[in-house]
Design a binder for this molecule. Structure first.
Ligand code: ADP
Ligand code: MG
Length: 745
């Protein structure tokens, strides 16, 4: 018979259903889960205090004797327990609440008059009396030994656990110790390989668990935490390193540059010179495409730094070598825009098979879900026959019906909308592993790149093309009619001067409920802050909606005779296309839209952008939005309209955005201001689920060390065979990730 794994015992079996139920609410179902439920923080024990010296607001530990205790129902039917304790001279009141008086019976039995004990809590005043509300208590048993030990324990940091109603931090601590105390080293396999642990003098996993759950002092829990944090980073990086190594071991078709091909013809007719960064990154990519190992590269760059041209040049090299390239975009609008941009840049080089097409011209086809059946079939035929050198599309490209003659390069634009799984699905369409180039919409901090895209090599474009005019950003108070008037006058002036104006709203129409709006916005590629981030009174204020705002603007005398268009994700593809074309041509120079224009949209004449309810968008997103401006020869003006009060976090974020145009700086700030889990979760399905202690903003050095270590392990053995515990930890974290991914899909 095999002994049960002591880390895999169902909590219901270990403790019974009454304890298991509240723990399940915390997502804890096995003994192993419970041990990985780390304290959120540690309460300082505070020095033992005599009651006379207590200060209101202070966190204290008091040794005292119970004088009396009594429990009664309150007028609302809840339970109230009041007790008095004394240090022999002065008295202190204790107050406990519960949902009903019966729940206080145990506590009342504990607080029998004459018993001594330790009481932890924060001092408050109620009706002129000092009191502790819901203090933690530890009563002495009676014999002196016990008391000494209790006093010693009183000096220890008190772990504070994330808890749920009906099961407080103390009870969680007790449950943890019931599981933890009897464990032996051999019960707790350690994912960190011995040689790494010894190199850094790290505690074993069991030791680390003891240090964080039952620390004697601050240094101990810090040491335990540091080790667990490194473990998280190592497991994640080992998985990424393994992915990368596995792909690298497969064979790709080498696609060397061909002199006199499309790429040369394209370079010869480029209307501008490449920036130094574009040239350097271009050479890096060209060399990797020419090799028989699959390229796995992340291209990140400042908004407007010219990533599209870099990607197109890579695609042309592959087409020159007889292969095809697929460009995957997150939204239909963006895919359509990309196809148009690529055709525009290529001119007659994209008219392969048509009269007037250049010699050895290729074809750019668009494949999206909303194409009419006939057009769709034709696009699919072009992809399958190889007539299309470049296929641009949305998720529709991932459909199993789509086939390629010889897919040599996959370019994923604005990757943060795609999961690793989707990248894999597209890669699977090639007979041999295609080269992969991933581009991010906005700059991301290095540690995020390492965490989310750790399986990719990174190239950065941090230079904007010469001659770019700057973008000025201002925060405009929403409730001031004078400012609002001025805002729309500025729009008028810009349009009269030949410019175009974007007006961005967080919602599509006024009467969709918040959930629906979020979903609709999601289709539009938006990334609205969740309600929890917004103060309650703010959440009740209706958000500005595209349809309403367009109507209001059409009625404004100061905008009379201006064409005002509307664009959002729920419009049929034809309407979107028309709205966009009217905007670009100037027929409707004001475009009221959702964040559907966020990524990649490129209208050089756009000079002004008004973002309504700007505080509802993330910093990186606003940066990306305003990156639609300043693309031509005229400077851009971005007006962030917000009802957020000066001094609030929301307002500070907007001021920050107004103060800098450095995307990398903003991305780091954004990450600090927002919940990191959200950032990582949005960036890649899952993966954040296994990150408990690791913070990508703070733990850069840990992540870098773990990455170096993980790559060394994988180099030694791709399958990590010598380290089965590490392998198991990876599989476990992946299971959660897959489940999460399937849930969302
Ligand atoms: P992003 O990196 O944000 O995707 P794009 O690729 O959309 O930026 O480029 C923004 C604009 O700059 C496009 O209109 C593009 O044609 C133009 N552009 C790209 N490279 C250069 C360059 N070297 N010089 C001048 N303009 C450029
Ligand atoms: Mg782009």
């Amino acid at each position: 018979m095999i002994a049960a794994d002591p880390l895999d015992v169902p909590l219901a079996k270990k403790f019974g259903a009454r304890t298991a139920k509240p723990l399940a609410k915390l997502g804890l179902t096995t003994t192993g889960d419970l041990l990985r439920h780390y304290p959120r923080r540690y309460a300082e024990p505070g020095t033992l205090t005599d009651i006379a010296s207590l200060q209101v607001g202070e966190h204290v530990t008091v040794v005292a004797e119970v004088v009396r205790s009594s429990a009664r129902p309150t007028s609302q039917g809840r339970g109230l327990l009041q007790a008095t304790i004394t240090d022999g001279t002065h008295r202190l009141e204790l107050t406990f609440f519960a949902s009903n008086v019966h729940k206080l019976e145990w506590r009342k039995g504990q607080l029998r008059p004459g018993r001594r004990g330790l009481f932890w809590g924060t001092v408050s005043v109620y009706r002129d009396t000092l009191q502790l509300t819901q203090p933690e208590c530890r009563l002495f048993g009676g014999d002196d030994d016990d008391e000494d030990e209790a006093l010693l324990e009183a000096e220890r940091p008190i772990p504070v656990y994330p808890a749920v109603a009906g099961f407080d931090s103390t009870k969680i601590g007790q449950a943890v110790r019931t599981v933890l105390d009897p464990l032996r080293e051999e019960d707790v396999p350690d994912p960190v390989p011995d040689h790494l642990r010894e190199r850094d003098g790290l505690p074993t996993l069991l030791e680390a668990l003891r240090l964080v759950h039952v620390p004697h002092d601050e240094a101990q829990w810090r040491r335990g935490r540091a080790r667990l944090r490194y473990e998280e980073a190592l497991v994640l990086q080992a998985e990424l390193a393994r992915r990368r190594a596995r792909v690298a071991l497969t064979e790709a078709v080498a696609r060397p540059p061909r002199a006199g091909g499309l790429l040369d013809a394209f370079d010869a007719r480029l209307p501008f010179t490449l920036t130094a960064g574009q040239r350097a990154v271009g050479e890096e990519i060209a060399a990797e495409l020419a090799a028989a190992r699959p390229m796995q590269r992340l291209l990140q760059g400042e908004v407007g730094s010219g990533k599209t041209v870099v990607a197109l040049r890579a695609m042309l090299q592959v087409v020159d070598a007889g292969g095809q390239a697929a460009l995957l975009a997150p939204t239909e609008v963006l895919a359509t825009q990309h196809a148009r941009t690529l055709r525009g840049l290529l001119g007659d080089l994209a008219e392969g098979g048509f009269l007037g097409g250049a010699n050895d011209a290729t074809r750019v086809v668009l494949l999206t879900g909303s194409l009419p059946t006939a057009a769709r079939r034709e696009a699919m035929l072009d992809a399958a026959s190889g007539a299309a050198g470049i296929v641009v599309g949305t998720h529709a490209l991932l459909s199993e019906h789509v086939q390629f003659a010889d897919l040599g390069l996959v370019v994923v634009d604005e990757q943060h909308r795609f999961g690793v799984e989707q990248r894999d699905a597209l890669r699977a369409k090639a007979a041999r592993t295609p080269h992969t180039l991933v581009m991010t919409a906005t700059p991301i901090p290095r540690t995020v790149a390492m965490t989310v895209f750790g399986d990719l090599e990174t190239s950065v474009l941090d230079q904007l093309p010469a001659g770019r005019q700057g973008i000025t950003t201002h925060v405009v108070p929403a409730d001031n009619p004078r400012w609002t008037d001025r805002t729309w006058q500025r729009v008028r002036e810009e349009v009269d001067g030949g410019g175009r104006a974007y007006v961005v709203c967080p919602r599509i129409d006024g009467d969709d409920d918040a959930g629906e709006a979020a979903r609709a916005a999601d289709e539009d590629g938006a990334d609205l802050l969740v309600d929890a981030d917004v103060p309650a009174e703010d959440a009740r204020r209706p958000l500005r909606a595209v349809v309403d705002v367009a109507r209001e603007l059409r009625e404004r005398p100061d905008l009379a005779h201006l064409g005002i268009g509307v664009l959002h994700g729920r419009m049929p593809a034809d309407d979107k296309e028309r709205a966009f074309a009217d905007f670009a041509s100037g027929a409707a120079p004001v475009l009221v839209s959702t964040t559907v224009i966020e990524v990649g949209v490129d209208v050089p004449d756009a000079t002004v952008m008004v973002v309504l309810d700007a505080d509802r968008f993330g910093l990186s997103q606003l940066h990306q939005l305003r990156g639609r401006l300043g693309r031509g020869t005229r400077p851009g003006l971005c007006l962030l309209v917000s009802a957020a009060e000066p001094g609030t976090d929301a307002h500070t974020r907007l001021e920050t955005l107004a103060s800098t145009t450095d995307g990398f700086e903003l991305a780091a700030l954004d990450l600090e201001l927002r919940h990191e889990g959200d950032v990582l979760g949005a960036a890649q399905h899952g993966s954040s689920s296994s990150l408990r202690l690791l913070r990508v903003t703070r733990d850069a050095t840990v992540i870098e060390r773990a990455r170096t270590d993980a790559r060394a392990l994988v180099e030694q053995d791709v399958d990590l065979a010598p380290w089965p515990s590490l392998r198991e930890a990876i599989e476990e974290s992946l299971t959660g990730e897959r489940e999460e991914f399937l849930d969302r899909a």
